[in-house]
Design a protein around this ligand. Structure first.
Ligand SMILES: C[S@@+](CC[C@H](N)C(=O)[O-])C[C@H]1O[C@@H](n2cnc3c(N)ncnc32)[C@H](O)[C@@H]1O
Length: 227
């Protein structure tokens, strides 16, 4: 099963938090936590006034919707037609919803801010990661800001998999194409890929209250300035 099939199948879950994998210790994430995450994202991106936001890998739009009060027009894109349809039906036309692959969409527009949250682990090779970073860069205004949030940290992988055997099992599942977590990224490697895409990235630790803070990090990114 590829990632697109995986997310299309998840979309059938009853709770919209389950449909985008937003669970904490097996339970759907609370509204309060999702609101706190949206507030934090808005401050990390310095979202304000009429800032135009592009939300990449937006899923069913539950998080996208909470960002509406902080800026101007939002465009949101995901490659699951089912999740995008749910977002459209539930959250309506105030947001521009698009079904497309993050490595390939072309909106012929540049944005003040770009968000790619809780999704970078699905770009599992350097080639895919570079393709998505280059596409984000292409859609970013010269002084714009990008937040890639909730990236699984390769240095903390043993915290997530809790022990050597679990780690071994995960590697085996990955070989069989049955991995449901995606890639744990090395901060340095990702920062170097950003540089290749003409972007300056800064790795940020998460705050202790964030649900996955012990094994995930964020990247704040701007376009590289040529001297
Ligand atoms: C864990 S959900 C995150 C949804 C939302 N960003 C959030 O934070 O709640 C991951 C989403 O990434 C989307 N996705 C994964 N790979 C993608 C790709 N190559 N292009 C577009 N969307 C992708 C999936 O369809 C899924 O909706």
């Amino acid at each position: 099963m590829n990632w697109q099939e995986f997310w299309n199948s998840k979309a059938a879950q009853v709770n919209p938090m389950d449909s985008v994998g937003r669970t904490v210790q097996g339970k759907a994430m609370s509204d309060l936590t999702l609101h706190k995450i949206a507030d934090l994202i808005a401050s990390q991106l310095h979202l304000q006034g009429q800032d135009q936001l592009l939300d990449v890998c937006c899923g069913n739009g539950e998080l996208t919707l909470l960002l509406q009060k902080f800026g101007g027009q939002i465009t949101a894109v995901d490659f699951s037609p089912i999740l995008i349809e749910q977002a459209q039906n539930k959250h309506g036309s105030q947001i521009n919803w698009h079904c497309a692959d993050a490595t390939k969409f072309d909106f012929n527009q540049q944005f003040d801010c770009i968000l790619l949250y809780f999704s970078f682990q699905y770009f599992e090779s350097n080639k895919q990661a570079l393709a998505v970073l280059r596409n984000l860069s292409k859609h970013l205004k010269p002084d714009g800001r990008i937040l890639i949030g909730d990236i699984p940290d390769a240095a903390q992988k043993s915290i997530y998999y809790k022990g050597f055997l679990a780690m071994l099992k995960s590697n085996y599942q990955r070989l069989l194409g049955k991995n449901d977590m995606g890639k744990f990224w090395c901060k340095k490697q990702l920062i170097a890929l950003c540089k290749k895409a003409g972007l300056e990235a800064l790795a940020l630790d998460q705050q202790a209250w964030q649900p996955y803070a012990n094994y995930r990090f964020d990247l704040f990114i701007q376009k590289s300035r040529r001297v």
